[in-house]
Design a protein around this ligand. Sequence first.
Ligand SMILES: Cc1cc2nc3c(=O)[nH]c(=O)nc-3n(C[C@H](O)[C@H](O)[C@H](O)COP(=O)(O)O)c2cc1C
Length: 155
Amino acid sequence: MALTPDVIRLIDESVLCWLATSSASGQPSVSPKEVFTPYNGDSIVIANIASPGSARNIRENPKACVSFINVFTQRGYQVSGDAMMLHQGDDEYPEIHRSLYVISGDDFPFKSAFRVMANDIKPIIAPRYRLFPQTTEQDQIESAMRTYGVQPRSS
Ligand SMILES: Cc1cc2nc3c(=O)[nH]c(=O)nc-3n(C[C@H](O)[C@H](O)[C@H](O)COP(=O)(O)O)c2cc1C
């Protein structure tokens, strides 16, 4: 299924995603990934820099889920579907590598990538938006900044 413009925007606003996979026996595993981006309008690609466990799981069991939030607006998405690994030599790999290299630069080299096809997309929002429907994104940003003890950059 297609990633909506809002999903794509939230991917771009999120510093980290969490990739959930599970082994053939169903043992779940989740780990953070910073080098990820939307791809082809229907999937998320992630650089395999240091993720042998995720790679093994995806080889055994393609079901995967990626979640991400903008830590300030505290909104994001959970995108799940079948995942595959792409390597040097695969048709689409050069384009996928190019789009991830924009984020990784030379410091974090990688020779393969995960592609999670979006079969299901669910929004993630902080409970405050539902419990207090008058909450605006600006309220949530200010609340998150207090929680994290950070301030906006002065321009
Ligand atoms: C902030 C942060 C960002 C990370 N980004 C990535 C990444 O983009 N790609 C990657 O392969 N590993 C990344 N890692 C490392 C993996 O999460 C880590 O090696 C993890 O143990 C891999 O577990 P797995 O093999 O079960 O996936 C990152 C770790 C942290 C803490």
